[in-house]
Write a protein that binds this ligand. Structure first.
Ligand code: CA
Length: 229
């Protein structure tokens, strides 16, 4: 749920804003003091700020400027006078939008929603993408440790996943069972190279259509295994 902080010294207006935003599914908190509002805006996580311009002590100009120095969270400035809005624009404080009192609650909600949606798109596009390996019908998501075979997700144990990923990351190279065992199982682990054979068999059952004629992990007789591309 998106969390909105309202900094507004007129309690009736703050309550009105809160009621409408809550009805639209937002979580809303109110601060009537500019000073406390600013400190919470800087130290807590909010998804949007509604700042009244005229506040005793630290005013909306100052809060907006201070937030912008450290955060890109959307800011909607609320003012009683149209003139003030022109002034804010002129100052270039980095507010995302401006609304004049009295405003219609539905307009307020619409603007808050629009800015949150835009901001979420922005954040989403900055998130690093998962590390994927795609070879023919196999897709391995290394970040999420998930595997799909022809768009169907398959479940792998930790070692099966590590072994499949290692082979797929080094295609067309032959590895001996000893090399694979050293690579995937640490030296202290109990077991022997027969473990590799067992795991290859399990992996094939999940990725191959016909395990007798593997299309992905080939057996190189007398040597080891190779992921064929
Ligand atoms: Ca005020």
């Amino acid at each position: 749920m998106s969390k909105v902080l309202i900094v507004e010294d007129e309690v009736a207006i703050a309550d009105l804003e809160k009621d409408y935003l809550e009805l639209s599914g937002f979580e809303v908190e109110i601060e009537t003091s500019g000073e406390i509002g600013l400190s919470r805006a800087l130290s807590e996580e909010f998804d949007m700020f509604l700042l009244d311009l005229m506040l005793p002590g630290v005013d909306g100009f100052e809060i907006c400027k201070k937030i912008r120095e450290v955060k890109n969270t959307p800011i909607l400035m609320v003012s009683a006078k149209k003139d003030d809005i022109d002034k804010i624009r002129g100052l270039g404080l980095g507010a995302d939008d401006y609304i004049t009192k009295p405003f219609s609650p539905s307009e307020l909600v619409a603007r808050v929603k629009a800015h949150l949606a835009r901001y979420e798109r922005l954040i989403g596009s900055n998130q690093p993408e998962n590390d994927l390996i795609e070879i023919r019908g196999i897709k391995i998501d290394k970040t999420a440790r998930r595997v799909w075979v022809n768009d169907e997700e398959k479940q792998f144990t930790t070692k099966e996943f590590d072994l499949l990923t290692f082979l797929a990351e080094n295609p067309n190279r032959v590895f001996t069972k000893e090399e694979l065992f050293r690579e995937i199982w640490d030296m202290e682990s109990i077991g022997d190279i027969a473990t590799v054979t067992v795991h290859i068999k399990k992996i094939r059952e999940k990725i191959e259509i016909n395990t007798a004629k593997p299309q992905y992990i080939e057996t190189i007789w007398g040597v080891g295994y190779r992921f064929k591309v």
